[in-house]
Design a protein. Structure first.
Length: 276
């Protein structure tokens, strides 16, 4: 058996020894949404440490856990904490949690992240719903022998971000009076922020926001046939757009400030995903 698939299967077994909960929606929490779990009616929690082979963040106190429960009537699994490629993990480990959540039953993947905005109409604190992405600055997680059990060798990428989910998110934002931008997101590896010249290059390529996650997860989820959506919290204007140097603290502060609205948008959208 393909070793990546074998590891994944073992992770599924580990989770199934602890819970038979079947989620419909998988939610990945980005920076600033860490306490989103408070909005979930919790059925069960599983620490990443208790899943054999599962990638666990090396930062002390940041190991993370899966939270299984309900948002409204909708059964969800929520990832509190995720690992990034820049931490040094193999790309197959970075995307393992996404694949695992699909194998537990999730049909919908709701990604969230923090980003830097390139579009001159954006302000720090805006939310941007992804309509498409640029993946070619990050390693493709499907490189290597195709895992036929998961999907096809050459997946189509025409409609990665599901139009029905996008419509629900747009309607939700409008009814909650939350400003919602739309655009194209590019994932770079990080951990360094981009240089102003890189930002000019990305803008020329049609990028509206840039970050260090998400696209690799969207690729494997699309490979497995999940319906995907993503909202990015534009935490800062990208390098060179203001005179200020970028800091992680600034990104976190903006994400924390935006968190209440972000949570509202995610929660009210997920409740409606039950109809899909
Ligand atoms: N660049 C990359 N990733 C980010 C940024 C940025 O400006 N802000 C938040 N995450």
């Amino acid at each position: 058996m393909n070793p990546i698939y074998e590891k994944l299967t073992r992770c599924v077994e580990c989770v199934r020894e602890k819970t038979d909960f079947v989620p419909k929606v998988a939610i990945v929490l980005g920076s600033g949404l860490g306490d989103y779990a408070n909005d979930i009616e919790v059925a069960c929690e599983i620490d990443y440490h208790d899943i054999e082979g599962f990638p666990v963040s090396t930062v002390p106190g940041h190991s993370g856990k899966f939270i299984f429960g309900y948002v409204g009537e909708v059964p969800v699994v929520c990832m509190k904490g995720r690992v990034h490629y820049y931490e040094g993990y193999d790309i197959s480990d970075v995307v393992l949690p996404t694949r695992l959540m699909k194998m537990l039953g999730a049909e919908v993947l709701f990604l969230t992240n923090a980003s830097g905005g390139l579009n001159s109409n954006f302000s720090a604190g805006d939310f941007m719903m992804l309509t498409d992405h640029i993946a070619c600055f990050a390693p493709n997680p499907l490189i290597g022998p195709n895992i036929d059990e998961l999907g096809t060798r050459f997946p189509d990428m025409t409609h990665v971000y599901d139009t029905d989910l996008q419509k629900i998110i747009e309607e939700t934002a409008a009814s909650e009076n939350i400003k919602l931008q739309k655009g194209v997101y590019a994932q770079l590896t990080g951990p360094s922020f981009e240089s102003p010249a890189e930002i000019r290059m990305l803008r020329t390529l049609g990028v509206d926001a840039v970050g260090m996650s998400t696209v690799v997860e969207a690729i494997v989820a699309n490979h497995m046939g999940m319906k995907i959506c993503c909202i990015s919290c534009v935490c800062n204007l990208a390098a060179g757009m203001t005179d200020n140097p970028l800091t992680h603290a600034e990104v976190q502060e903006a994400a924390n400030e935006a968190a209440p609205k972000f949570k509202k948008l995610v929660t009210e959208s997920v409740k409606k995903f039950g109809q899909i």
